[in-house]
Design a protein around this ligand. Structure first.
Ligand code: TXE
Length: 487
């Protein structure tokens, strides 16, 4: 299986290569095969990307809003037309099953471009009457924005950063994760094909070093990172050096609270979605599931039954529900967490190891796993695992559940399952998280803001809120009378 792109980078409206850059090996994690080899950006490629972005941005900012909107809209249409091919590439890049990628990745990217196309056409400032004088505001782009992506949603992350950035009149240089370098190149190709000026959206490959070079570049006005909680502060600090804007989408250890009165099947569906989708590699996953004592054992029993029925397998098979992890290194990491859970006394309910059989022998597979009787201090209760590992904790009262749910440095997401309407809203109000779901989990339509509090991040992606993070206001005060001066 091969997925070699035309070249490693897409800069100035064309594929470019510089073989002097460090090799990036792209491995299909279901088989261990190398499907592509790319090169990290050299300083020359970085310079070319940043300067062509600056040139394109100056041109793009002069376009009428409706003309900008049309380009984004066209890009969304092209993505939808090519959904099958883009989803197959996403599956090869990440190992996620085609059953998921066909509905959740390129389609989400298209939704985002389409939605921000509407926003692009309607952006405007305000007018402020000041007696005889008046003032008005102009919403201006920031300039060249740098996007840095993680490996779990390569197409979606590229689009979620490109769409609001471009809608506001910026250009972008995007660096995908070195684990999944392929999909963003397609996004760049499509945005160019849709009519954007050459250089408006560039993709350069590389490891952390390339990300750091982009973040510290003189032309960089803003950095938007999706990454780990360890990388976030480093990128934030580097951005601060140049007083650059930031958006930080980092990790979490999000709670799901299931009360006795919840619909058991729905709560289990929510917990499974929030732990096993994308083989558990989602930043907003609800990896701490607090279940009220009255339904605790029933919840576990039914959860185990449903978890055992999940179909693990080759990601390109449309029947496969869970594929391998993104890499063998990620599997080693997840396995070390499984080991710590057993050593620290958690009760293994289902899963817990590598699935047996020829179909799984060559891939980075891991069984969907549930641990019960997890205590708040155990390693699996405190650290982001990024694998299909659910921890279940019993609780007695609402107050207790809330205080335990909030006792974490993270605050990306949270969920509550209950049939008591007032409790749902009361609990959501007190959960320390950027996004809360009531009787649902992990839904992230582009219309609503998404982002974290505490150590899970800063700023918001999607929704109108994202505009604030990709534009700045200029105020113009107009004096209509004689200038009053004491001199
Ligand atoms: O993330 P990193 P990694 C978690 C998950 C995973 C762990 C590590 O638990 O096992 O993080 O994953 C770039 N300046 N998440 O190593 O290192 C890097 O090249 C600028 C959670 O992939 O944070 C990549 O493009 N850029 C997460 C991106 O940052 C730098 C999703 C993320 O890499 C940089 C993925 C630097 N100094 C993993 N150092 C989520 N929240 O969804 C690295 N990068």
């Amino acid at each position: 299986m091969k997925a070699q792109p035309q070249a490693s980078h897409f800069v100035g409206g064309a594929y470019v290569e510089d073989e002097a850059g460090e090799t990036i090996t792209c491995v299909y994690s279901a088989t261990g095969e190398t499907i592509a080899e790319l090169h990290a950006a050299t300083p020359e490629i970085i310079e070319r990307a940043m300067t062509s972005a600056a040139r394109a941005q100056a041109e793009w900012a002069e376009w009428t809003p409706v003309a900008r909107s049309r380009v984004l809209r066209r890009a969304a249409d092209i993505i939808r037309e090519r959904n099958q091919a883009l989803s197959e590439l996403e599956t090869l890049d990440t190992g996620k099953p085609i059953q998921e990628t066909i509905v959740a990745d390129a389609t989400s990217g298209a939704d985002c471009l389409e939605w921000f196309a509407s926003i692009a056409a309607t952006l405007s400032g305000t007018s402020v009457p000041l007696g005889a004088d008046f003032a008005y505001t102009i919403r201006e782009p920031l300039g060249v924005c740098v996007g840095i992506g993680a490996w779990n949603y390569p197409t979606q992350i590229a689009c979620w950063k490109a769409a609001p950035a471009l809608a506001c009149g910026n250009a972008m240089v995007f660096k995908p994760s070195e684990m999944t370098p392929l999909c963003a190149l397609k996004v760049a190709e499509i945005i160019h094909e849709a009519g954007a000026p050459a250089g408006l959206f560039n993709v350069v490959q590389g490891f952390g070093k390339v990300g750091a070079a982009l973040t510290g570049h003189d032309l960089c006005a803003k950095v938007s990172l999706t990454g780990s909680v360890e990388t976030g502060p480093k990128v934030y600090a580097a951005a601060a050096e140049g007083m650059r804007h930031v958006t930080m989408e980092l990790g979490g250890k999000s709670p799901i609270l299931v009360f006795d009165d919840a619909s058991l099947e729905d709560a289990i569906s929510g917990a499974m979605l929030g732990n096993f989708y994308s083989t558990g590699q989602i930043c907003s996953n609800g990896t701490r599931v607090f279940v009220q004592r009255g339904i605790y054992e029933r919840f576990l029993e039914r959860l185990a039954e449903r978890t055992k029925a999940i179909r693990l397998g080759e990601p390109t098979d449309p029947e496969t529900q869970i594929g391998p992890l993104v890499s063998f290194a990620q599997r080693d990491k997840v396995q070390s967490y499984l080991k710590s859970a057993t050593e620290e006394g958690a009760r293994l309910v289902v899963g817990g190891g590598v699935p047996q059989g020829e179909a799984f022998a060559k891939g980075a597979y891991i069984e969907p796993t549930v641990f019960a009787d997890v205590s708040d201090e155990m390693t699996i209760a405190c650290e982001e695992i990024f694998g299909p590992v659910m921890s279940v904790f019993p609780f007695d009262t609402e107050e207790e559940a809330l205080s335990r749910a909030n006792a974490t440095p993270f605050g990306l997401a949270a969920g509550v399952f209950t049939s008591d309407l007032t409790r749902g809203h009361r609990v959501a109000k007190r959960l320390q998280a950027g996004i809360c779901w009531i009787n649902a989990y992990n839904l992230t339509p582009v219309e609503i803001p998404f982002g974290g509090v505490k150590r899970s991040g800063l700023g918001r992606e999607n929704g109108k809120a994202a505009i604030e993070f990709y534009s700045q206001l200029k105020t113009v005060h107009v004096g209509m009378g004689p200038v009053e001066s004491p001199y």
